[in-house]
Write a protein of this length. Sequence first.
Length: 435
Amino acid sequence: MKRTRRAAVVVLACAAAVMLAGCSFGYRADDRYPYDIAVENGYAGTEGEWLSSQETPGTVYRRLYEEAVADGSFTGTYFEFLQGIAPDADATPYIQRAMLSVVSIAARFRSGTSVVSSLGAGVIYSMDKTAGDAYILTNYHVLYLSSAHALSEDITVRLYGYESAEDAISATYYGGIMDLDLAILRVKGSELLKTSDARAADIGADSSAVAGEAVYAIGNPLNKSIAVTAGVVSREEEVANVTAADDTRTIPLPEIRIDAALNHGNSGGGLFNSVGELIGIVNARDHNDDVEGFGYAIPIELAAAFAENDIANEGRPSLLDDGVKIEVVDSKGVYDETLGRVHISQKVCVADYSAGALGYLGIRQGDTLISGYVVRGGATLSETQFTHACAWEAFRFKVRLGDELHLVVSRGGDTVHLSKTLNSATYFTTDLQRS
């Protein structure tokens, strides 16, 4: 752990002065797996089906499914079975599938004659399986060594289940933002990625975390390979002061607070809901000895907006340079009885503005941000409601050069519509603490 929080929040990259080496017992193992033998003996199903046939179902729902298939009353998949009887009853198959989207990361740095490794995790955000290409979302601090003031140029990732040294896949830093603690790695032409069961994560909806819901953190704790811890969402959003990757300052970040156990190496891993959707990127925990169960994840709303921006701009994330300072001036709890859902609704206002894009747009101090959308290539993209501060930060990453920006604000009791075509690069910034 680097810093305390509340006091401060601590980032989770795990540094080790030695490199781990694979065991060697002086012989070459047989290339076949037990499944290969089963095929030789006449088994005609897939490897996944064979492995499932060797295990005893671990939950009552799985046993019911097996019985229903055996007596012919059901012919679909287990996922379809669960959706029919109890959609959220058993998270196990969803989390098992989500584990295929998480990788362990080793970022190495040379320091004199020794090698220092930063160990963490990442989530496959998108991939081209045919080409063996992938973009992996992780934390900036996993890839950055503060003492060297540098990003790693020697990065490898390992897929779930592939733990040996020869299974390491070379990756390169693609783009990132220190002040968001987010970064993208790129893998190109990996033969292992082509043939493995690795998959891109299923991305959850914006603002999908709900206080009290079950969540699962999947990462690389203590560099002991991909593993799962479970907990609940304690708060769906709060601002935490997180130590920056350069160890010189703290940065305020919107975070989902969870009580799942987090350890060194969980950084950059995924926070998933009970149906295996990625809802956050784990990045911090409270390191106060008097506090338990204070872990944090960057909401997918912001992380996905950054990832899409970074990929679209070829590793140079470009943020709408709004020229405004916003603040939450009020909030309230709103209960939806039909869904049994409590929403925290925030009032997000303009505290100050300068000659950025929104200054030219006609924004004014005291305006309450209501909603916004962009028109791109003649098509109107979905509208964002600014019901919380993170929604505004994510929206800024969704705007591109050439877009027609539309905002609705409340000003002195009146609804004001603002619009402008962003046809100049001066409305955007790439000065985002990239190191």
